[in-house]
Design a protein. Sequence first.
Length: 601
Amino acid sequence: MEPIKHDLRLSEVIAPFGVGAIVDIRGESLMAPDTSWWHRQHAPEIHCERLSLRLGGGELRQPPAHAGRSGKDTRGLTYWRFPAWRFCERCSKLSQLTGKSKGRWSNTCGCGGALVPMRYVAVCTKGSHIQDVPWFMWAHRGADRGVTDAVRHCRAYKELSFVRSAKQGEGLAALRVSCAACKRSRPLSELVLKDALSRDGIRCTGTQPWEDSSQAAPCEHRLAAAQRGATGNYIAERLSALDIPEERPASLELLDKVQAHVYFEKVVADNGGPQSEMVAGWIADELGTTKEIILDLAAGGEQVSRDAPLLELKDGEWAAFLKKLGAGRDRSGGDFVVDGVPVQTRQGWPVALADNLVSIGQVRRVREVRALRRFQRWNTDADFIGPDLGVDRRRRPVYPAVEMFGEGIFLRFDEMLLQEWEQQDAVIARADILRRRRGELPWAARLDVPEPRFLALHTISHLLIRRLAFASGYSSASLQERIYAQTDRPDRTAGILIYTAAGDAQGTLGGLVRLGAPEALIPLLAAALVDADVCSNDPVCIESDRQGSEQLNLSACHGCTLISETSCETSNRLLDRQLVLGGRHVKGLLEAVLTELRSAE
């Protein structure tokens, strides 16, 4: 067939059109096979050791790219036609065959009409497999009513039609698959009933469309019919990392110092006895820590959890940002350049806002690598499928990846003030609402734990992004966030990174980092809080505790807080204005800032 040529942005090959996703192009419905089909000589390798380690090893490779006419002969990505079954929009015949026009294969019927992909496909509800609905088999099965001997023995494979019956209204009952030979006809309304495909004896092939079903292991899970463009047909899990010098978190450096101390073996040997407490106190005084930490280390306390790749990546990034912030002007060069600026109260600035911010980082250059980790279908309880399904297991798996260069703003918040605020009973109770809802949803375990500091800093990030979209020259969809707000890590984190990145190696133009100067950023943040003080949906919004997808937002809606889903780490979930601005029964983290701003008017 004549190849279809179409340009996709590099980032789109990671999401939303990554391996296993359906892509609609020029009336065709296509699916991207796994990376074992890639021509590696045209897919340059991307190096990011931090990300490769968290993916469990393997190669990061960028999809083939070209630049206009100069790259017209560059080998592109292979896409597989799916679904293979199509119907003619002119004569309504249903077929898997492709027509010919002037000796070339084309997406046209023999009558000259265009072929349109069938709107339903069959999805495995557990194994994340997907396949065509076998329309001929399905049309000749079903309830005993109408299944005659002529229907059972029909072999008129080219006589199927996809027709509309005006007598049945506008629903699925009006859409039917009919056989002209045996006169059998079934409405699509029978296709979407629970376990409909299983009752008709249609089983899962255990494969993806581009795989050979004859070589696959049998799959015992049931199939369900789903619309071709349904969101659940492709649920991708991506992982991104900032390419930074991997700094060791302060807790690990402290661990090395404690274990190397001459008296530490005595603490371990005494095993919690009276001598161990006394000696632990000596070590703590000398190293500037607490006796409890020394005793916990001696008892073999686990300091770092290895169950969350993204949190592990953030641990190293947080340590790297702290080092940069403390160094002032950054003259190091490279792909990670951050100027650290301490925040000091100035005339005209809200004192409470300056008190909550320790320092600001102007991220002049940063490199981010994004990769497709795996995907699943139907729902988040289904099995995961990796992006490389090649049969040769002697080689390392290949993950689709793209590198982005950009700029940003980093804000570090005061840890002591955060701890004092987040220990209030009303604050804890407010956050526990979302914590309970997250625990009731199996897929929500991927989201960050909605502890008070995360909810507050995440909401502040959204408010600031909305304001920066007016001042930076970038749209809100071009800005990304990265929230560092965890208390269950060895090193507590309390920071926000707002950045933008582009696929070109030259990066971006500096419109965002310019606003990272305190004299520009502090007024912008104050204005963002004033903007959020009144929502067009108030008082409903501010008094609400159940908004958003799966009610995973409290006081947050499109009128005040939500941004583009692609810009948010949690797809516009886990947000609450009350924990930032205050409410009737809860004190907000930055409530004092609003009080100052109101009194100054």
